[in-house]
Design a protein around this ligand. Structure first.
Ligand SMILES: [Zn+2]
Length: 129
């Protein structure tokens, strides 16, 4: 026998009744929203693990290191961090007189050195003539 699920995965309602079987598993129907489901365990990794991944990322660990440590892929860690940032850290917009400058080349400004240093000429030469 399968254990009774705690709550409806969609609406969270606790009034659940048996509703036949699907793929060898007990199917349940929620009396609140009418949805049927067979999966009793929630999908995805627990929120605590995601929170830990974001915390580790904020300490400077790489996505690969976090993934290895938690036993998930680096891609998953990146998605959790991105979702976390999207909800809490909105992208700042330029305000006031901010100007967007696009730099596509690197320029070097070399100041001309004074003639007395390293020019090969003697600076303390006695005047001739
Ligand atoms: Zn429901």
């Amino acid at each position: 026998m399968s254990e009774h699920p705690a709550a409806c995965p969609v609406c969270g309602g606790t009034a659940l009744i048996r509703s036949g079987h699907a793929c060898g598993r007990q199917r349940w129907r929620c009396k609140g929203c009418g949805r049927q489901f067979t999966r009793t365990a929630p999908r995805g990794k627990p929120a605590a693990m995601k929170h830990e991944a974001v915390s580790l990322y904020c300490t400077g660990l790489s996505l690969n290191a976090i993934g290895k440590r938690l036993g998930v892929s680096a891609q998953s860690v990146m998605r959790w961090v991105r979702d976390h940032a999207r909800g809490r850290c909105p992208k700042p917009e330029p305000t006031g007189r901010a100007v967007v400058v696009e730099i596509d080349e690197v320029w070097h400004f070399v100041q001309k050195k004074p003639a007395s240093s390293g020019s090969g000429r003697r600076s303390s030469a006695a005047p001739t003539g």
